[in-house]
Design a protein around this ligand. Structure first.
Ligand SMILES: Nc1ncnc2c1ncn2[C@@H]1O[C@H](COP(=O)(O)OP(=O)(O)OP(=O)(O)O)[C@@H](O)[C@H]1O
Length: 260
């Protein structure tokens, strides 16, 4: 059964100054079964972040329906955790306090907060950094905190909006592998927005391609690469090469441009 069901989603924005209407999301439908990792890719401005923000409950859609576990989404909720590109950590809180914050908001007692925070800190490889503040960490480490903070609350769905975009290329490859390792252990259902075709294939069970604005689903591609995955396995897999070529052609990019 689908955990997330997006049907005929439509989003029209009105320009605050000119009052002109612009259809960002035309008509988008897709389903995500429980435990799947799905990436959303497409040309710049096609509405990927808008779709994710509607699923997060940050934006109310102009039309269509979004159901999570059979219930319509009407706002943000503890069943969804969002990992943002810019980490969105509290600068005045330590690593451990940032991670425990969501649990505190949910009324989890102090001892349990500490236990769960320590558990996910270990999972994301930040043991020893519990007392550090965000400014004392590298970008890659800050995003580990961003991921840990969401994992700590055990959401039904994890929503990730280009979580590695502001991290240097080498660290990004390490983090992608790490997040995949964690995902394989915990198996949350994931909706992942990215510009990076290689990343989408590497991480996902399915890649959904949106067309340019007003967007619709142009393709929904299964990734038949066995798990657990490492970059070296995936690069050597003929399915990776074939799907990459297919996606690049769909997005109208040359093979050596690697997305946008
Ligand atoms: N709050 C808003 N008000 C008006 N227009 C908006 C708003 N948010 C997004 N848009 C416009 O809607 C379109 C889709 O934006 P969105 O950020 O969802 O696309 P995207 O595919 O995630 O883009 P990118 O790949 O560049 O990150 C863009 O043209 C954007 O300028």
């Amino acid at each position: 059964m689908s955990l997330l069901s997006v049907e005929n989603l439509n989003q029209v924005y009105t320009d605050a100054y000119t009052h002109e209407e612009m259809t960002a999301v035309g008509n988008v439908s897709f389903d995500i079964p429980e435990g799947q990792f799905i990436s959303l890719i497409g040309p710049s401005g096609c509405g990927k972040t808008t779709v994710l923000n509607i699923v997060a409950g940050f934006i109310r859609a102009s039309g269509g329906s979004v159901m999570l576990a059979g219930k319509p989404i009407s706002g943000p909720g503890p069943d969804r955790g969002v990992v943002f590109q810019d980490f969105a950590l509290f600068p005045w809180k330590s690593v451990e306090a940032n991670i425990a914050f969501g649990l505190k908001m949910r009324g989890v007692d102090k001892a349990e907060r500490k236990r769960r925070a320590r558990e996910v800190i270990e999972l994301v490889g930040l043991s020893g950094f519990e007392a550090k503040y965000p400014h004392e960490l590298s970008g890659g480490m800050r995003q580990r905190v961003g991921v840990a903070r969401v994992l700590a609350t055990e959401p039904t769905m994890m929503l990730m909006d280009e979580p590695f975009a502001s991290i240097d290329a080498q660290t990004r490859r390490v983090l992608q592998q790490e997040v995949l390792r964690i995902w394989e252990q915990e198996r949350p259902t994931v909706l992942f927005v990215t510009h990076d075709v290689d990343e989408a294939i590497f991480m996902s069970d399915r890649v959904i391609v949106l067309s340019s604005r007003p967007s619709a689903v142009q393709a929904d591609i299964e990734i038949p690469i066995p798990r657990p995955r490492t970059w070296s396995d995936v690069y050597a897999d003929p399915a990776f090469v074939r799907i990459r070529r297919e996606l690049m052609a769909m997005l109208g990019v040359d093979d050596d441009e690697k997305g946008s």
